[in-house]
Ligand binder design. Structure first.
Ligand code: ADP
Ligand code: ZN
Ligand code: ZN
Length: 802
């Protein structure tokens, strides 16, 4: 017998190993194995079993690492699809998504020996020996390179080994393992006639009442010492058996099971009945649940989950990173038994995730709630997937395996004939498009449960503000007046500043004109030092013009506001106010975010200045005024989704304010008061926004009409990066021509974030209707990519172009 094994290496290849006869009965798809690879051993997953194989001299597998598989053959089909579509090797996909601790690997351990030699040593060997003197206990070979920066360490080490100047050993790293505990049981047959002390009697009675119990619990609960237990074991009156202990993440289970007191309203009932109808059919049914915040969507999710769990099937409930709050978890935990639920996200200890994962695979857990990676959970009897706030950017991972859990949820539902509900107040254009074209059922909840009024949104034209004084103020008169009034009423103010996008952008102070690329319709970035503006999709470059191309005004501003500048300005105008900033700079310390939110709740803060961080998940009942300092930062993102993201952002920030029956007020400052994303957000009119947005997408064949692969290139060597990017760009155009030019090659161009952590960055977009054609070009480029100093990553269906 033979198995195909996927290893965690950057190659699509699978490797075949022979199964020794004594392991034949235990090999299974989904188990990890320890196998020889090159001159050491590594961990891989069994992804195929074959009875005969023509290949000669195959190596045997050395060890099977799991007692039970970590995924099923059906799960594997899903994982294989992901590997293929997102262009990421299967072995790496599995290593990334399956919690199994650090990979079991051989590594080399080098220890210096106290001996001498007559042979001549090269300078490199001398240097290595000198370095090793600091590590008399030895050091890992890899670490030597990392710490000292020396090259070719292994050949030098081998030579020194043969001279007996050092010792090379193979070692293995520590593994995550099944956690077992000792369970104590009674040997009833021997107890009857046994002579016992009082303490021993007491202990036996305790076990008789309590039943088999873990050793830990026994000593803790009975208060009887370990010595007594030991005596009884020696007498053969009690036995120890090892049993698995499942590690769990603690979540607040103190909340009582809330009796399901809520009766759905009419609107909710209509939606619910439709969902139940689909659940009964047991076929793939994608549903968009489109409802404003507070319209009762979560209530519907919970009822649908309940239905599914009662029928013996299972469900996945996905939420955006920021929304996975203790409040939400306790709301869910209040409805279902704790043992049924697994909470999965990246912040949970790997050992806990490992245990939860295996419980899920065994079918012992039937509700998985978590962030994007929870979608990979191997539930055996899946019937329902919920993707809450489906438009949220955190469903997309932008590094390593660049996947989108919202899109994959649809695929997984299809593969398992499940119902999938994607819910949002501001659906992504892509999802709404599918609802419009009848691919998805479209259910709507247009009103808030308590008929809480929608916020009143006012748009302030910053061009007019500029006319008053000749300078663009940070705060408009309207906003200052409103802040003043709010503070007098002892209410709170939230000022929102977008930190994504460019720091500054060019805008005409007279007509609001903004420089956009004629090819790509995205904002151009100002490169003041070079005196040019540039497109970061296609590299279109023009001199920054002295006059506005639209109205010929000479008043072109390089505009931008930072949080610190904003904070200073407010301190100046409102010296009495208690001001707090909340952004990644002020909340990098663990717990500070909670502290700020707490202070806000206790009304120890009058004005909160915040970035994206505050737009979701939190409700602030005493905030009655929200100011958006510059909607243009978001509108001018170098991203074809800038309009979509701005509409969502405004709607989400606006939703933060208002309390009881007093609607919140929102003031939006902008140079583009007529922009459709702002106008329709002002009127709470998603449909009207969508109509305009979809026309723009269609005209330029952007998604959902076309698909895009973003090839990201990076290097610490700028010249080599540019050279390789341009070489691949030319090749891409050739490949596309060979296909009949169905794919458009945009760029290569420098990325807007041109350097991150010392690496220079470029990107190239491959765009077209046929994803297979795009895949083909991208694959070919990755295969033809030669320069080892340049890293290349394919992002399929990218969300970020920064
Ligand atoms: P959403 O998920 O759309 O934001 P929720 O389901 O969280 O909305 O509902 C908002 C609030 O209204 C919650 O406090 C919820 O308990 C309550 N609620 C939902 N449905 C009803 C209902 N039918 N009757 C009374 N209260 C409800
Ligand atoms: Zn102008
Ligand atoms: Zn362009």
């Amino acid at each position: 017998m033979f198995v195909n094994v996927a290893l965690n290496i950057p190659s699509d290849k699978l490797f075949t190993y022979e199964v020794p006869a004594d392991l034949e009965s235990t090999v299974e798809i989904g188990k990890r194995v320890f196998v020889s690879f090159g001159n050491r051993k590594r961990t891989g997953f069994i992804v195929g079993m074959i009875t005969s194989c023509d290949l000669k001299n195959l190596k045997p597998i050395a060890e099977i690492l799991d007692a039970e598989p970590l995924f099923s053959a059906n799960d594997l089909v899903f994982y294989q699809w992901i590997a293929n579509y997102f262009m990421y090797p299967l072995g790496k996909v599995l290593a990334e998504i399956i919690p199994s601790g650090s990979e079991k690997k051989d590594f080399f351990w080098i220890t210096p020996l106290a001996s001498e030699t007559d042979s001549h040593l090269t300078p490199a060997q001398e240097k290595l020996l000198a370095f090793l003197q600091q590590y008399p206990q030895g050091i890992a070979l890899n670490s030597i390179t990392k710490i000292s920066g020396m090259k070719n360490v292994s050949s030098a080490a081998r030579k020194l080994h043969s001279e007996r100047l050092l010792k090379i050993e193979k070692k293995q790293n520590k593994q995550l393992s099944v956690h077992s505990e000792k369970t104590v049981t009674l040997e009833e047959s021997k107890i009857a006639g046994a002579k016992l002390t009082d303490k021993q009697k007491k202990l036996i009675e305790f076990i008789q009442i309590r039943g088999p119990i873990s050793l830990n619990d026994l000593t803790e609960e009975s208060g009887i010492s370990g010595a007594v237990i030991k005596r009884l074991q020696d007498k053969g009156l009690i036995n120890f058996t090892a049993s698995e202990k499942i590690r769990t993440a603690s979540f607040d289970s103190s909340i009582r099971r809330s009796k399901n007191a809520i009766t759905l309203n009419d609107r909710q009932n209509i939606a619910m009945e439709e969902i139940l109808r689909h659940l009964e059919k047991n076929i793939f049914s994608p549903i968009l649940l489109h409802g404003v915040t507070g319209s009762g969507k979560t209530e519907i999710y919970l009822k649908a989950i309940e239905k599914v769990l009662n029928s013996g099937a299972s469900a996945i409930y996905l939420v955006p990173e920021i929304a996975l709050t203790p409040q939400l978890i306790s709301r869910v935990a209040g409805r279902f038994d704790a043992w049924q639920i697994a909470v999965l996200h990246s912040g949970i200890a790997e050992s806990v995730r490992y245990d939860q994962w295996r419980q899920i695979k065994r079918g012992r857990i039937n509700l998985v709630i978590g962030t994007r990676s929870a979608l990979f959970a191997p539930l055996p009897n899946l019937k329902l997937i919920i993707v809450d706030e489906e438009h949220d950017a955190s469903y997309k991972q932008d590094e390593r395996l660049c996947y989108n859990a919202r899109d994959l949820a649809i695929l997984k539902a299809k593969m398992t004939s499940s119902v999938v509900i994607t819910g949002s107040a501001t659906p992504s254009v892509r999802t709404y498009f599918n609802a419009q074209t009848k691919k998805y059922r479209h259910l709507e909840l247009p009103q808030r449960v308590e008929d809480k009024p929608m916020p009143v949104i006012e748009i302030v034209d910053m061009k007019a503000e500029q006319e008053k004084t000749g300078k663009v103020p940070i705060l408009s008169d309207a906003l200052i007046t409103q802040i003043d009034e709010t503070l007098k009423n002892k209410e709170q103010v939230l000022l929102f500043l977008n930190k994504r996008g460019f720091d500054t952008f060019l805008v005409c102070a007279d007509c609001g004109y903004n420089f956009r690329c004629p090819n790509c319709a995205v904002s151009l970035k100002n490169h003041a030092a070079e005196g040019v503006v540039k497109c970061h999709y296609c590299d279109y470059t023009i001199k920054s013009l002295p006059l506005c191309p639209s109205c010929k005004s000479s008043r072109i501003l390089n505009y931008g506001v930072g949080t610190q500048k904003l904070e200073k300005e407010i301190e100046k105008i409102f010296p009495q106010a208690r001001i707090q900033r909340m952004d990644s700079d002020t909340t990098s310390l663990k717990g500070t975010q909670e502290k700020i939110l707490r202070a806000l709740e206790l009304r120890e803060i009058d004005i909160l200045i915040g970035t994206q961080m505050i737009t979701k998940g939190h409700d602030f009942p005493f905030i009655t005024l929200v100011g958006v300092i510059s909607a243009d930062t978001s509108l001018n993102m170098p991203d074809f989704r800038a309009g979509e993201k701005t509409f969502q952002l405004i709607t989400q920030v606006a939703g933060r304010g208002g309390r009881g029956n007093t609607p919140g007020r929102v003031i939006i400052q902008t140079f583009n008061p007529q922009h459709y994303a702002l106008k329709h957000a002002q009127n709470h009119d998603y449909k009207a926004f969508y109509e305009e947005e979809i026309e723009f997408r269609s005209a330029l064949q952007y998604p959902p009409f076309g698909r895009i692969i973003n090839l990201r290139l990076s290097s610490i060597k700028k010249d080599e990066l540019i050279e390789e990017a341009q070489r691949l760009g030319k090749l891409a155009k050739k490949l596309s021509a060979r296909q009949g030019n169905t794919a458009e090659i945009i760029g290569p161009a420098e990325s807007p974030l041109a350097k991150i952590r010392g690496r220079f960055r470029w990107q190239m977009l491959i765009k077209g209707k046929d994803i297979n054609a795009l895949h083909q070009i991208a694959r070919e480029l990755i295969n033809k990519h030669k320069n080892g100093h340049v890293k290349i990553v394919a992002d399929v269906d990218p969300e970020s172009f920064m």
